[in-house]
Design a protein around this ligand. Structure first.
Ligand SMILES: *[C@@H]1O[C@H](CO)[C@@H](O)[C@H](O)[C@H]1NC(C)=O
Ligand SMILES: *[C@@H]1O[C@H](CO)[C@@H](O)[C@H](O)[C@H]1NC(C)=O
Ligand SMILES: *[C@@H]1O[C@H](CO)[C@@H](O)[C@H](O)[C@H]1NC(C)=O
Ligand SMILES: *[C@@H]1O[C@H](CO)[C@@H](O)[C@H](O)[C@H]1NC(C)=O
Ligand SMILES: *[C@@H]1O[C@H](CO)[C@@H](O)[C@H](O)[C@H]1NC(C)=O
Ligand SMILES: *[C@@H]1O[C@H](CO)[C@@H](O)[C@H](O)[C@H]1NC(C)=O
Ligand SMILES: *[C@@H]1O[C@H](CO)[C@@H](O)[C@H](O)[C@H]1NC(C)=O
Ligand SMILES: *[C@@H]1O[C@H](CO)[C@@H](O)[C@H](O)[C@H]1NC(C)=O
Ligand SMILES: *[C@@H]1O[C@H](CO)[C@@H](O)[C@H](O)[C@H]1NC(C)=O
Ligand SMILES: *[C@@H]1O[C@H](CO)[C@@H](O)[C@H](O)[C@H]1NC(C)=O
Ligand SMILES: *[C@@H]1O[C@H](CO)[C@@H](O)[C@H](O)[C@H]1NC(C)=O
Ligand SMILES: *[C@@H]1O[C@H](CO)[C@@H](O)[C@H](O)[C@H]1NC(C)=O
Length: 498
């Protein structure tokens, strides 16, 4: 045998024998280690006396730690493999001991109040695949050693108070599919190696203070990316044309940043894109004609993006588009007459632009419409706050109001000779206006419900007046518009009160 090998063996053996205490403490951890680790975690949490963990995570009953609530043990090794403690109102810190859970694959402590930083010892957990600590109060930096989990698939640290830069070493996480770092206080630029993790499907950095530029070849190594959220940061420079290489992208959100230049026409190549959000940037130029190729686009938001030129009429022909917000830009020209060739359109906001010409008569064809804003333009026939034509007859106006706020057409199959749209609305005014209101108009925040119900009641009353059977009993259109404006202002005032 080679002398040097012999020498090493000898050295190792004498080391073991000279330091027997070291030898003992190095014996492999077992389920007993896991138990003491979890008890260490429990003692770092301030538990109210009636909390489920108080009497469940105990050794007084002879149950195994594998039966404790939130604990799952692996079949093969019988060691703790998953720790799921979401939504438990836990206030505390993560002790370094947690790094002893060497068989842990999944750690989920989302929606608690854990604070302080993540201990470095966690880096010992080489098997970790899922880390979900979103919605807690963690702070400090995300340590570089986070890049050292060889099997990490899912990392969610959203809605905490982490700060500092995003670790360069994240580029080593070559199994990562899901990375969510939204709503923290990260600064600096996004490390380019992150755009080299070819397994990534979701990348979310919105709501931080990230700056710098996106690399030109941002998508060259991200063939699987489906969701890219970078909104509410301070990213500058052009929107890279290279984004078209992310051919599976379904959501692209770059809103509220400092992007400049034109929208690259290559965005039109993202044919599975469902949501495009470029809100609140400092862009220039027109909407590229290539947008017409976005056949799966449902939501297009260009609010305050800085754009000019005509609004391409192809926008209104796109087969799946449901929400369009082009407000606060410098769009000029007029709108196409038939604005709803497909009745899918639900939201159309074009306020504060330089549009002229007539309000399209085809608005009446937009039967799915639940939100419209055309004010602060230069439409000829309609006042500055104008929603609808002064030329259009008051009866159609009343029907349109009912359609918009009930989301039902007079031709809906629920209406018969006994029950017309009119009749249904007037009965709802007696029996409860929410029965007829488009349910999507009812907001979740309860403090607004009364204001909304009052507002819609007033609108229904107005609509019924407009559609009164004998024309001489109908309000005139000017007064109707003024009344609508008054209802709107009263509603806004109530919202502000709350
Ligand atoms: C775990 O290891 C310790 C020594 O480190 C030992 O005393 C204990 O009996 C072991 N427990 C089990 C369940 O194997
Ligand atoms: C702890 O909770 C789990 C799941 O609810 C239950 O199966 C187990 O019996 C409980 N153990 C103790 C000691 O209360
Ligand atoms: C968060 O946890 C609390 C209990 O601490 C629970 O009431 C709340 O519903 C949870 N939120 C979510 C989004 O699950
Ligand atoms: C577990 O980790 C802690 C801190 O990292 C350490 O002090 C302790 O000795 C480890 N072993 C056990 C069995 O808890
Ligand atoms: C963590 O738990 C929450 C609540 O049960 C769940 O919605 C979330 O998907 C879990 N995270 C992971 C990575 O499984
Ligand atoms: C985080 O801490 C702040 C005070 O520092 C507190 O107002 C907030 O409720 C905490 N949030 C959570 C999720 O515990
Ligand atoms: C995360 O933070 C954002 C911004 O503060 C907030 O709008 C969102 O509701 C938060 N999410 C959760 C699940 O608390
Ligand atoms: C990305 O990967 C390619 C090839 O795998 C390599 O040439 C390039 O330097 C990497 N870029 C970064 C920023 O790590
Ligand atoms: C992008 O779309 C255009 C058509 O507008 C097409 O000519 C071009 O080949 C596409 N590029 C890629 C990379 O698919
Ligand atoms: C309403 O839609 C129909 C069917 O597409 C169309 O024939 C009609 O011209 C449209 N009305 C207006 C005013 O554009
Ligand atoms: C609005 O239109 C009128 C009549 O076409 C025109 O004289 C005026 O300059 C326009 N105003 C703006 C702000 O575009
Ligand atoms: C409609 O309103 C006008 C003006 O406010 C009023 O004179 C008329 O009586 C009302 N008609 C109905 C049917 O309530």
């Amino acid at each position: 045998m080679d002398r040097t090998i012999l020498f090493h063996i000898f050295a190792a053996v004498s080391f073991l024998c000279i330091f027997p205490i070291t030898c003992l403490s190095k014996t492999s951890p077992n389920i007993t280690t896991d138990q003491s680790t979890l008890l260490a975690l429990k003692s770092s949490i301030a538990l109210p006396p009636d909390h489920i963990l108080v009497n469940n995570w105990t050794t007084t009953t002879p149950t195994s730690v594998c039966d404790w609530v939130g604990v799952t043990c692996g079949k093969l090794h019988g060691r703790v493999a998953a720790l799921d403690l979401p939504n438990m109102g836990l206030i505390g810190t993560i002790p370094p001991h947690l790094g002893n859970l060497s068989f842990l694959v999944q750690l989920n402590i989302t929606n608690n109040s854990f604070y302080s930083d993540l201990p470095e010892e966690l880096a010992n957990i080489r098997r970790l695949q899922y880390i979900d600590v979103k919605v807690n109060n963690f702070s400090g930096q995300i340590p570089q050693w986070f890049g050292a989990f060889p099997k990490l698939v899912h990392l969610n640290v959203a809605n905490n108070s982490f700060s500092g830069s995003v670790p360069q070493d994240f580029g080593n996480l070559q199994s990562l599919k899901f990375l969510n770092m939204r709503f923290n206080q990260f600064t600096g630029s996004i490390p380019p190696p992150i755009f080299n993790i070819s397994s990534l499907e979701v990348l979310a950095f919105s709501g931080n203070s990230l700056s710098g530029f996106l690399p030109k070849d941002v998508c060259n190594h991200l063939p699987n990316l489906q969701f890219l959220y970078l909104a509410r940061n301070e990213i500058e420079g052009q929107i890279p044309p290279g984004l078209q290489e992310c051919s599976k992208l379904q959501v692209l959100s770059l809103s509220t940043n400092k992007f400049t230049g034109r929208i690259p026409s290559e965005i039109g190549n993202l044919t599975v894109l469902e949501k495009l959000d470029l809100d609140s940037n400092s862009l220039e130029g027109e909407i590229p004609r290539e947008f017409g190729q976005l056949v799966n686009l449902e939501v297009l938001s260009l609010y305050g993006a800085g754009l000019t030129g005509l609004i391409p009429s192809l926008l209104f022909n796109m087969s799946s588009l449901e929400e369009i917000d082009l407000s606060k830009n410098k769009f000029s020209g007029s709108l196409p007459r038939n604005i709803c060739p497909r009745p899918l359109l639900k939201v159309l906001f074009i306020w504060r632009n330089k549009l002229a010409g007539n309000i399209p008569s085809g608005v009446g064809n937009c039967t799915a419409l639940s939100g419209i804003g055309l004010q602060e333009n230069n439409f000829t026939e309609y006042g500055q706050e104008g929603l609808v034509s002064t030329n259009c007859d008051v009866y159609s106006f009343g029907i349109m109001l009912m359609e918009v706020f009930t989301r039902k057409k007079p031709t809906d199959e629920m209406f018969t000779s006994d029950l017309s749209l009119n009749r249904w609305v007037s009965e709802a005014l007696v029996n409860g206006v929410t029965q007829a209101m488009d349910s999507r108009l009812i907001r979740k925040e309860e403090e607004h419900i009364f204001a909304e119900v009052n507002c819609v009641s007033s609108i229904f009353e107005l609509a019924l007046n407009c559609t009164a059977e004998s024309p001489e009993n109908r309000i005139n259109i000017k007064d109707a518009l003024a009344l609508l404006q008054k209802i709107r202002l009263e509603f806004l005032a109530k919202l502000l009160e709350n």
